[in-house]
Design a protein. Sequence first.
Length: 277
Amino acid sequence: MAGSRKPYIKWTASQLERVRREAGNYNRRLRRAWKRYGYDGQPPTVSAAEIIRSSKDRELDSPVRTADDLNKMIRQWQRFNEVKRPGSTKPHALETGEVVPEYFVQERKRWVRAENRKRKKVVEELYPSGLFDTTTDTSPLYDLAMKAAGKNILPVSYNEDFENPLDRLGKFGRYEESDASYAIRYSDTLQDLFGNDGELLDVARILERLVDENPMVLREIFENPMYDDVTTLNFVYEQGSPNMTSFQNYTIRGQEYKGRRQQVIDFWNLMEEKYLE
């Protein structure tokens, strides 16, 4: 989770004006296309006010955390343009029989390609010797790689038999996976690896409360490099642990040391005392 990150956006007057203008233009193009081609339901318009608010509040599912995020989001909106991109607003019949604008199909495919490039890069960084083919999920090393990476790195597929691209469009008009899932994945990994441990269930409860009650603090915890030893999944996963210490408490020459399990429990109890009580 940690590492070199671009600074969080500090909204300027020109950025605020730009996102409002571009959101308005995008919404008008959506409404025209829905009216012209008679697409089902309401057009998936976006709210500039909600985007700005979620970003300033640093919500976990905000689509804009950096200036780069803002630029990428606006470029995506601009690709829905019949004049500059002929055919983007025209109907595309899915294999399911549903009809959506061609733009949404292409954007979903674009997201799949980009996501697979990122996932392949993660695998290659973990296993630079090329131990397995990064284009398939058949290797048994993928499970280890997912634990060490702290995320799902299996290749993503796009199949119109079961996937309407409109259903996968986020509330902010972007194809993007929410970072909020990291807390759940972290908690689930603890339970998957070590069973129904009562104290680890308490950790899950603390994480759930932070997600619900103080998501900005949770983001700061996960992004703080001082906490990497506890908050990264390669720490809790034994084979990927940077220090390879025992998960359980252990003794060396009569001296007792806390294992990674107890370190995780103590850390999140401290976070609960500091931020939730």
